[in-house]
Design a protein around this ligand. Structure first.
Ligand code: SF4
Length: 288
């Protein structure tokens, strides 16, 4: 169903947004740099924001947090977005995920993205996620692969001091779980607890380039599903929605979708249509 996108302005539209539905989380990662916004949208407000995104021509929404499954309306938003013809992504640490959820809503989900930072529980623990995170994520990757093959699987990896040397060890695992996309993002202490713990997680430019080089063989030979990104790669091209409906680009909140349309907010933002289109075209190629 795409009639809803008839109003969007092609000059200023955005293809993909990352919607942080809540700032709450059930984990305590010491490298976390999520936005901390206490207000959350009620169901009516959230559906209104979703309609604004659809009218604005958004083609893919990644629902994230915090932990997206702590927000009570995540699944109904996914269901409605799917019915509006929008590609849906759930980004989750999987602790609250259940088989019943997937049975009820899996048909509306195009992608699941899990955070995974190493090929062993030891490396994962060094990154300070929950002690059972590695076991939980690999278990769900296996379940999705076997029982929900229509849902594409993506991994997000934070490249940081405790794990950067071991990230290439994850390549066989990515193949084994038939991962459709793997994004490796350099740790960036932009705010919050990440700033306070920056010394424990930051890697140098040289360390990041070594990692890129070690992964480039993998990129060049067999896969088109690996992105290694520095924070600069997101500048001017990454659009996020905050838990209160605010629209954020380049660390600037340019307005709120409860009060204004997506197009009106984008025209006053620093979004580079060229960079956004280039970046998201690559994502849609990989999603085909
Ligand atoms: S990094 Fe993700 S899982 Fe960890 S505390 Fe932050 S939001 Fe939660």
């Amino acid at each position: 169903m795409t009639a809803n996108i008839a109003f969007y302005n092609k000059e200023v539209h955005c293809n993909t947004v990352c919607w942080e539905v809540t700032s709450r989380c059930n984990d305590h990662c010491r490298f976390c740099y999520r936005n901390m916004i206490s207000k959350e949208l009620d169901a009516y407000e959230a559906f209104h924001v979703l309609d604004r995104l659809a009218e604005g021509g958004v083609r893919k929404i990644s629902f994230t947090g915090g932990e997206a499954l702590l927000y009570p309306h995540t699944w109904t938003l996914i269901q409605r977005a799917h019915k509006l013809g929008i590609r849906t992504v759930l980004i989750s640490n999987a602790r609250l995920l259940t088989d019943d959820m997937l049975k009820q809503y899996g048909a509306y989900l195009d992608w699941v993205t899990f955070s995974l930072d190493g090929a062993t529980a030891q490396v994962q623990s060094a990154m300070t996620r929950h002690p059972r995170h590695f076991e939980c994520i690999t278990g769900w990757l296996s379940t999705l692969q076997q029982h929900y093959p229509h849902i594409k699987r993506k991994i997000n990896t934070v490249a940081a001091l405790p794990n950067h040397e071991y990230i290439p060890d994850m390549i066989p695992m990515a193949h084994a779980f038939d991962i459709s996309r793997w994004k490796i993002l350099r740790f960036f202490p932009v705010r919050g607890i990440a700033q306070r713990n920056a010394d424990d997680f930051s890697i140098s430019d040289e360390q990041f380039e070594v990692l890129r080089a070690r992964l480039s063989d993998c990129e060049g030979k067999t896969v088109d599903w690996l992105d290694v990104e520095d924070h600069e790669d997101l500048m001017d091209s990454y659009v996020s929605i905050l838990p209160d409906g605010g629209l954020k680009i380049n660390e600037q909140v340019v307005g709120n979708l409860l009060e204004n349309s997506l197009n009106n907010l984008l025209v006053r933002s620093g979004l580079s249509m060229r960079r956004h289109t280039e970046r998201t075209a690559r994502i849609f190629d990989q999603s085909a």
